[in-house]
Design a protein around this ligand. Structure first.
Ligand SMILES: N[C@@H](CCC(=O)N[C@@H](CS)C(=O)NCC(=O)O)C(=O)O
Length: 217
């Protein structure tokens, strides 16, 4: 049997970083297979030897595509952008492109890693909620301010970009940790309008093959 030529995404329904990539694949209409990695079950399937061989960081997502394996969601999205450029997820204008990368990094480096599962485990059960709320609120305070000068209907102008693929999953994490979103009207407005788009809906954590029945929508 020949190996499937379809890309294979290693994903966990609740992983915000996996969701970023699922949105990109949906927007670009790329057909793919999914292998689910349960971050909780069996002590965390990301720690298995097989998965570590794919991503030594022991994190999802990872994407097998075109004969290579890529981890790090933003690197994956940039590869998809360079090889499958339509629809565009990085604007042509260098200044707008810089803003997209700035916002993506603000979320992907400045917020999500601080509230990742492994960090929350270090913080301890009793402090997890407060910790997650504080790091998300602190990042959102900055992001709300940044968006005042970059946003239109989306994070940067009116076109959906990589920044939006980072924003929506991060707002879902904020909801999960019961962060009060009332101080962030721009974040909330953009999130709401993006969630109405098909690509954000089909890739939603509530609609994945590994979504538990009680969390299905
Ligand atoms: N910078 C990485 C972060 C990946 C990451 O943090 N993945 C989380 C899920 S969103 C994970 O696999 N966590 C497993 C763990 O903490 O043990 C990316 O953007 O892909």
């Amino acid at each position: 049997m020949t190996e499937s030529s379809k890309p294979i995404l290693y994903s966990y329904f609740r992983s915000s970083c996996s969701w970023r990539v699922r949105i990109a694949l949906a927007l670009k209409n790329i057909d793919y297979e999914m292998i689910t990695i349960n971050l909780i079950k069996d002590g965390g399937q990301q720690f298995s030897k097989e998965f570590q061989a794919l991503n030594p960081m022991k994190q999802v997502p990872a994407l097998k595509i075109d004969g290579i394996t890529i981890s790090q969601s933003l690197a994956i999205i940039e590869y998809l952008e360079e090889t499958r450029p339509t629809p565009r997820l990085l604007p042509q204008d260098p200044k707008k492109r810089a803003h997209v990368r700035m916002i993506s990094d603000l979320i992907a480096s400045g917020i999500q890693p601080l509230q990742n599962l492994s960090v929350l485990n270090q913080v301890g059960q009793e402090n997890q909620l407060t910790w997650a709320q504080q790091v998300i609120a602190s990042g959102f305070n900055a992001l709300e301010q940044v968006l005042q000068s970059t946003a239109g209907k989306c994070c940067v102008g009116d076109e959906v970009s990589m920044a939006d693929l980072c924003l929506v999953p991060q707002v879902a994490n904020a909801d999960r940790y019961k962060v009060d979103l009332s101080p962030y009207p721009t974040i909330s407005r953009i999130n709401k309008s993006l969630l109405a788009l098909e690509a954000f809906q089909v890739s939603h954590p509530s609609r994945q093959p590994d979504t538990p029945p009680e969390l299905r929508a």
